[in-house]
Design a protein around this ligand. Structure first.
Ligand SMILES: [Zn+2]
Length: 318
């Protein structure tokens, strides 16, 4: 494993004590479902899919602290990989993304129903039946580097009204099919099926430990709840989308480190647009180059782990 850019970012947000939220009402720790008693969609707001991505924790605790309850349907608030979150060490803030295995790369049946005994996969097994209830899932994340926030979703027509309603983040990253080494949560089960109605999106809210990332997470969460009619419109009106037209990108490839000698060719942080043939990285003796003009790097990893994804390559759509 190697790290690039060794200087650490400022840690503006530190973990809150979540012990008050441990015992929920679903028989699964750190999961609470509020039922309005009226018909309507079941909406899940999910934080801490990655243990060191605090913006989701900020948004979910905001909903608890402000007693946000659904006007219709159900609202579930979930803290996902809490074991990883509890391992946070400010001296090594990038090491608590997961405990043993990335919780966001395990959402295929073979892994969920296979022999994997990592704490992360066990947690996924405990949560899967709850995620499977969702009509809408908002999965809140943040990025290693300080880059613009982004909305990530699959290119299914069913997601267009939600993406239009959220509007911002103004960088939209379209993810066609499973390209990562392991299926992400937003592609789990019905979420990933074009002809099934449940919707799931990721919002990358900014840098992991930035205060502004939590503010973006709260704002987009309120617009997500408003899309489903779960909160009063006057409350939703306080969280307006950013002005401007979204920039849309489509992921073409996800690069995976094949060796322990993967090195980026520059200090990439994300959204660099490269000319065709530009050197992106070397991996052992192999040179990895931009496959096309305008190849855009999305979320280069700070910690490089052999066998895991290290950066997505995208092309600009609009
Ligand atoms: Zn993440």
């Amino acid at each position: 494993m190697t790290s690039q850019h060794l200087e650490l970012p400022p840690i503006e947000v530190t973990p809150k004590d979540l012990s008050a939220y441990r015992t929920g009402n679903r028989g699964v720790d750190y999961v609470h479902t509020f039922d309005s008693g009226r018909p309507g969609p079941h909406v899940i707001v999910n934080g801490l899919t990655h243990g060191n991505e605090f913006c989701g924790m900020i948004a979910v605790t905001h909903l608890f602290e402000h007693n946000i309850r659904p006007r219709r349907g159900k609202l579930t608030l979930a803290f996902a990989n809490v074991d990883a979150y509890h391992n946070f060490d400010p001296a090594k803030p990038f090491d608590s993304r997961y405990v043993e295995r990335d919780f966001n790369r395990v959402w295929d049946t073979d892994t969920l129903e296979g022999p994997d005994a990592t704490v992360d996969v066990k947690r996924a097994r405990a949560l899967r039946h709850i995620y499977a209830e969702a009509d809408g899932l908002l999965d809140l994340h943040s990025t290693s580097y300080a880059v613009p926030s982004m909305l990530i979703y699959e290119p299914h027509a069913k997601l267009d009204p939600l993406a239009r309603h959220l509007h911002s983040p103004l960088h939209h990253v379209i993810l066609p099919g499973v390209k990562h080494p392991g299926r992400p949560l937003i592609q789990y089960g019905a979420f990933g099926k074009a002809d099934a109605s449940p919707l799931a999106v990721v919002v990358e809210c900014g840098q992991h430990f930035a205060r502004s990332s939590g503010e973006i997470a709260i704002s987009v969460t309120m617009r997500f709840l408003d899309f489903y009619g779960l909160i009063p419109t006057d409350l939703a009106a306080q969280y307006k989308a950013e002005a401007g037209a979204p920039k849309r990108y489509e992921v073409t490839d996800v690069m995976v480190a094949k060796t322990d000698r993967f090195r980026f060719a520059g200090d990439f942080i994300g959204f660099e647009e490269l000319p065709a043939g530009a050197l992106i990285a070397t991996d052992g003796d192999e040179e990895l180059r931009a496959p096309a003009e305008g190849c855009t790097l999305v979320m280069p990893a700070r910690r490089i782990v052999k066998g895991r994804d290290v950066v997505s390559l995208a092309r600009r759509l609009s």
